[in-house]
Design a protein around this ligand. Sequence first.
Ligand code: GLU
Ligand code: MG
Length: 467
Amino acid sequence: MTTLADPVPGGRPGDVERASALGGELSGAGVQGVVLAYVDTAGVARVKTIPTARLASAAAWGVGMSPVFDTFLANDHIVATDVLGSPDGDLRLYPDLDGLVVLAGQPGWAWAPVDRVTQDGERHPGCSRTFLRRVVADAARAHGLAFKAAVEIEWAVGLDSAPAGEFVPATSGPAYGATRQVELSAYTADLLAACAAQGVDVDQVHPEYAPGQFEISVGALDPVAAADRSVLVRQTIRAVAQRHGLRVSFSPAVLAQGVGNGGHVHLSAWRDGTNLHAGGDRRYGMTADAEAFAAGVLARLPALTAVTAPSPASYLRLKPSQWAGVFTAWGLETRECAVRVVRGTAGRRAEQANLEVKPVDLAANPYLALGAVIAAGLDGLTSGAVLPEETAGDPVRLGADEAAARGVRRLPTSLGEALAAFRADEVLRAALGPVLADAVSAVRQGEIDAVDGLDDERVAAAYRWRY
Ligand code: GLU
Ligand code: MG
């Protein structure tokens, strides 16, 4: 379990001794440096790195970094708001030692996620990991709930030798095809070995639908650890690819047309060690709380997409009939509804049952995405939200009247529409707090402005190698 306590100047009790011992062990094992990893508001993974010998000092006092990264865009431009984007000020990055891993795909390096703390030792209100820790801690305190989560990762594998900026698939085999598996078997075997060495339990890795596309799914963890893992696994996928002459993209739309890369979120709520999505007396074994939680997520999806699908490229992916889930509908094991109820296999439902939220991609900051989805679900619990009728099949086939009667709406078709819904959503904005909500609004507006006048091909190209 991730520790939910905030870092403090001087280190939490035991942290410095632990970091000191760990630093010695790592140095003895040939680890030269530690990657301190966080994800910005735009969804770009950014890092600072320190020599291994500095780990104890970082655990005690953090490592400096400007708060300006809260309003970085994916293209590295910076937008400014009344409170954010100024070149002034400094923050401290504190590594979470529980998340520290020796990187198997990058010999000589270890990796750790960070929380950001102000120079005065307070929580930084723009820190997305701190936000998710707070949402999880509040859910435990106010509702007696814990969560398990996992983020699926889809990515496109291209040739590193491709002309600058272009994507040339590294395999031409068919979707889900054995040819693809054979052609990239050395790469995927090394990827599995790296995941195993890093303690990441992989459920599956397989060729996917789009050109050169693969998918990996990993075991569920508490939400903060699940978000950390999503960042770590992507770093690993990329590092191993590079050693094979390959280049990877997690962009929602590597190409303007066709199926994109999703980052579906799986989430289950638990109370006193019992999964609320199984063994209940509501539909498909859900408890009343599980239904209300799902209803809360469903109701806020248009606004949530500004967090879960944060890039102009996200809206090239979010098209009907491509398994991306673009309608405010839910169903049992359906791949076209935004919320898919996963019941699990008979005999294992008590552990496996969960909700899958599909309009999420890997441009999303996973800490913000998980925190916002959980906050929406919790609002469903407290407001007694009612889960509407389920939808079977592809909602695109519903007539207008039937869709309206069931409350089935198309999700935003542009980042602009999503941002308008987000700005109007008091619950999500309150959950994020004013600083993070401001950062999300400013960065999304910045991305919209950055692609003004670009056609779909140029939007895809602009973000292809940013995520
Ligand atoms: N590639 C699809 C997406 O963009 C998902 C395919 C699947 O269900 O695994 O969400
Ligand atoms: Mg998939």
